[in-house]
Design a protein around this ligand. Structure first.
Ligand SMILES: Cc1cc2nc3c(=O)[nH]c(=O)nc-3n(C[C@H](O)[C@H](O)[C@H](O)COP(=O)(O)O)c2cc1C
Length: 336
């Protein structure tokens, strides 16, 4: 059992602003990206989802996805939340226990993933169509681990089945400590606009903290989500891709009502190089080189000559060559 309850820290009364969280994003929010978000003021991050079946089979990739690195002089960040996905209560409970044994200080249950493969096995957002099973999973995971358990969900399966409030109440009754609501239905996937009012209706119907999520890409939008939904925290996903300083900007704006200027070119260059080096160190040169491509593509969006640079990345055979291409490209940005 950790010394400090991470959720109590996150929602401590007297905070200057609501907590800001980095959304879990499969294939994106590995430890190097999560560390970058923490550097820029995210209060908490969540791992990419880990398939519970793979975890209990000790698949090495699951361990990598769920792991963090040293942070602020400790072996890992104080809040180390791992998201698990699956549809079998016993397997989900076992996966949760394994993660806690490996240092997780919070477990998040995925009830929002819309992809077909997940739906077929009744996992992710499909759990929202089966409230009984969802309730059994939540109760099993809560009973299995001594750390806080949270749930991330959508508004419901489709327009006809917007049962987010019912599910949030089941979560509360099961001992789940907070829920994150992405303001779309499963049927919407990522289309349309996140419905912040509907998140507010769920917030109004439960006593546990509700974190609002969906389409926050600027400080002004974060404030609007707070005003419309009255949520206890804000989770940001795609808006932070290549823009990890968004957390710093949102926190400053919520605290003061003023906009911070964006980072200077020198800071951007330093961030990108450090991020690349961290990816290679964490994943090793082979996997790291592949994973770095998309992160570098996000980082260089909108930069002069960025298109040509990204094209050259696709032909870069190894991490050393990518590192050289990157340094040359960024050098030209600084010197112009
Ligand atoms: C590439 C990608 C991967 C995602 N993977 C996950 C995941 O593993 N678990 C999860 O709960 N949500 C996942 N999501 C959903 C996000 O956490 C978030 O709910 C969604 O992107 C809406 O927030 P945003 O508009 O701030 O991006 C993913 C989204 C994207 C774009």
């Amino acid at each position: 059992m950790p010394d400090l309850d991470p959720l109590a820290l996150l929602f401590a009364p007297g905070r200057a602003t609501v907590p800001l969280l980095l959304a879990p994003m499969a294939g994106v929010t590995d430890w190097p990206f999560r560390a970058l978000a923490l550097t820029y003021g995210a209060d908490m991050t969540v791992s990419e989802m880990v398939a519970s079946q793979a975890m209990i089979r000790h698949a090495p990739k699951s361990f990598k996805i769920a792991s963090s690195g040293p942070w602020n002089g400790s072996e890992s960040p104080a809040v180390m939340a791992v998201q698990i996905a699956g549809a079998d209560p016993a397997i989900m409970a076992e996966a949760a226990r394994m993660n806690v044994d490996r240092g997780a200080t919070m477990i998040d249950i995925n009830m929002g993933c819309p992809v077909k493969k997940m739906a077929k096995s009744h996992a992710g957002a499909a759990l929202m169509r089966d409230e009984r099973l969802a309730g059994r999973i939540m109760a099993a995971v809560v009973a299995a681990v001594p750390v806080p358990v949270t749930v991330k969900m959508r508004l419901g399966w489709d327009e006809g089945q917007r049962n987010g409030l019912a599910l949030a109440r089941i979560a509360e009754a099961s001992g789940v400590r907070a829920v994150t609501v992405h303001g779309r239905t499963r049927a919407q996937m990522y289309t349309g606009q996140a419905d912040w009012r509907a998140i507010g209706a769920i917030k109004a119907g439960v006593a546990i903290p509700v974190i609002g999520n969906g389409d926050v890409t600027t400080p002004e939008e974060a404030r609007q989500l707070l005003l419309v939904a009255g949520v206890d925290g804000i989770m940001i996903g795609r808006g932070a891709l290549g823009r990890p300083w968004l957390f710093r900007e949102v926190a400053h704006y919520l605290r003061t009502g003023e906009s911070l200027p964006g980072p200077e070119p020198a800071e951007r260059v330093r961030v990108i190089i450090d991020h690349f080096d961290h990816i290679i160190a964490f994943h090793g040169p082979e996997i790291g080189n592949r994973l770095a491509r998309k992160q570098l593509a996000w980082h260089t969006r909108g930069m002069a000559g960025g298109g040509r640079f990204r094209e050259s990345l696709n032909h870069s055979p190894d991490a050393d060559s990518t590192g050289q291409l990157l340094r040359t490209f960024l050098g030209s940005i600084i010197n112009n």
